[in-house]
Design a protein around this ligand. Structure first.
Ligand code: NAD
Length: 498
């Protein structure tokens, strides 16, 4: 048996031992109240483990440990090159355990094992290594001054960082925060989603093994409105970094205002337009890409291309191609390495996606493909990719982030119309533009209000590109050197040299 076999992964899953406790000050501990919640796999509704349900008492203990570690300088005052070495070792340990971590991710939130390995673990490793490698190449500044003064502009670690992350790419989203946060010298408290806590809990031990000192990296599983809220309201948390929904992001900003004005950086929701002009270089490629743009990760992607804006003259031809292209995006057993669409994260989300499919029909959109449940594994939560045509951009299915593979096809006649529809959204996370006209591509890229614009492809970029949103898709950027801005304070030191 090999990684290529379903039976291999089923056997690995049977043998897995799962840690469900919090990790505070270098040790796994039960939550202060000893309360637990059940971790259920959406693959088949099987209970995986009991998880510590942390609350404000745990937040207090973890923040105190993080603060003490920070003040001691045991991590913060190490040379960047030393922290880099520890973070590289941390990445090596994650790589050594990548099969186990990928399996935990798949069991926990239902994504295909092949994607968990290649995308989630691959992305996590790339992020931690890239951030580690960057830190000893970032210089401070000497300001222009008169001859008798010296002006230094330096960046200092900010202190205690709380990172609250979602369930769609649990480890990868955590890495986007903890990579630059830790290597910059901060102490971090990671709060994973209650829907996907397993990998965050597991890597805490690897962080310790790598040499990250006790108190510097803590993991608090639990519900958002309890331990997440406690962290967001805590007066000794200096910075809150968040990836999740726009509604919760707004609430976190309120909590910061109600407490210590901690810095709040949010990567939030999206409803990205994928705009296909009649002069796209290759309609077959564009259609295959449009299919993966809304089907990948069960559509549970912040940048999912769920609004397909198609030039009216090619609409019928193009959506027929997209319908053909989704044939490969049918749900299967997530533990089967050939599967590319897995289970929806849980029953609540499953019902939410189905309710939007119903709402689309009630609002007058025409169901063109899918729209129904699938059942590749008994008792699991699966939905076939769904395409609606004749969608008006004001409909709920075109405005709300559904977080499932539901595509709204909207037509346009002119470039100006395409821009107006694309920007008629509360969100501004990403956009795709398909045309071989270079001027049109540049004009569109400038006009579309989104943090990432992809031309003749979907989901381009690397760790070298900043990632984040305009408008209600968030503030600040993850990835690239831009991410480091969140994790340091800038100090101006002005010396008189007389
Ligand atoms: P969510 O907002 O429901 O939860 C995100 C995290 O916030 C979880 O850990 C949750 O426990 C916590 N939380 C919930 N309520 C809280 C509260 N009152 N106080 C403190 N913490 C609280 O989001 P989700 O359902 O886990 O994830 C899906 C969302 O994430 C989508 O909107 C998606 O677009 C977004 N997302 C954005 C990006 C990006 O980079 N822009 C990337 C991935 C996902």
């Amino acid at each position: 048996m090999s990684q290529q076999d379903l039976a291999y992964w089923q056997q690995q899953a049977e043998q897995l031992s799962i840690e469900g406790r919090a990790f505070i000050n270098g040790s796994y501990v039960d939550g202060a109240t000893k309360q637990q919640f059940e971790c259920i796999s959406p693959i088949d509704s099987r209970k995986l483990s009991d998880i510590a349900s942390c609350d404000s008492a745990d937040a207090d203990i973890a923040v105190a440990a993080a603060r003490a570690a920070f003040e001691s300088g045991v991590w913060a005052k190490q040379a960047p090159a030393q922290r880099k070495q520890v973070m590289l070792k941390f990445a090596d340990l994650i790589e050594q355990h990548q099969e186990e971590l990928a399996l935990l991710e798949t069991l926990d939130m239902g994504k295909p094992i092949s994607h968990a390995l290649a995308v989630d673990l691959g992305g996590t490793l790339r992020c931690i290594r890239w951030s580690a490698e960057a830190v000893d190449k970032i210089y401070d500044e000497v300001a222009p001054t008169p001859d008798n003064e010296l002006g230094l502009v330096t960046h200092e670690p900010i202190g205690v960082v709380a990172a609250i992350v979602p369930w769609n790419f649990p480890l990868n989203m955590a890495a986007w925060k903890i990579g630059p946060a830790l290597v910059s010298g901060n102490s971090v408290i990671l709060k994973p989603s209650e829907k996907s806590p397993l990998t965050a809990i597991r890597i805490a031990e690897l962080a310790k093994q790598a040499g990250i000192p006790d108190g510097v990296f803590n993991v608090l599983p639990g519900f958002g409105h309890t331990v997440g809220k406690a962290l967001a309201l805590h007066n000794d948390v200096d910075t809150l970094v968040f990836t999740g929904s726009t509604g919760v992001a707004k609430q976190l900003m309120v909590y910061a205002g109600q407490s210590n004005m901690k810095r709040v950086w949010c990567e939030a929701g999206g409803k990205s337009p994928n705009i296909v002009f009649a002069d796209a270089p290759d309609l077959d490629t564009a259609a295959q890409s449009a299919a993966s743009a809304f089907c990948f990760n069960q559509g549970e992607v912040c940048t999912a291309g769920t609004r397909l804006l198609v030039e009216a003259s090619i609409k019928d031809e193009f959506i027929a191609k997209v319908k053909e292209a989704i044939k490969i995006w049918q749900p299967g057993n997530p533990l089967d390495p050939n599967t590319i669409v897995g289970a929806i994260v849980d029953k609540v989300q499953h019902e939410r996606v189905l309710s939007y499919i119903e709402k689309g029909q009630q609002d007058g959109a025409a169901l063109y493909a899918g729209g129904d449940k699938a059942q590749p594994v008994e008792n699991g939560f699966y939905i076939n990719p769904t395409i609606f045509e004749n969608v008006d951009n004001s409909m709920a299915i075109a405005q709300d982030e559904i977080f499932g593979s539901v595509l709204s096809v909207i037509t346009f006649e002119t470039m100006e119309q395409a821009i107006a529809i694309a920007n008629d959204s509360d969100y501004g996370l990403a956009a795709g533009i398909w045309t071989k006209d270079l001027s049109k591509a540049h004009k569109m890229a400038k006009a579309v209000r989104a943090g990432s614009v992809w031309v003749n492809q979907w989901d381009g970029g690397d760790m070298t590109a900043p990632f984040g949103g305009f408008k209600q898709s968030g503030n600040g950027r993850d990835k690239s050197l831009h991410a480091f801005k969140k994790y340091t304070e800038v100090k101006a030191t002005w010396m008189k040299l007389d």
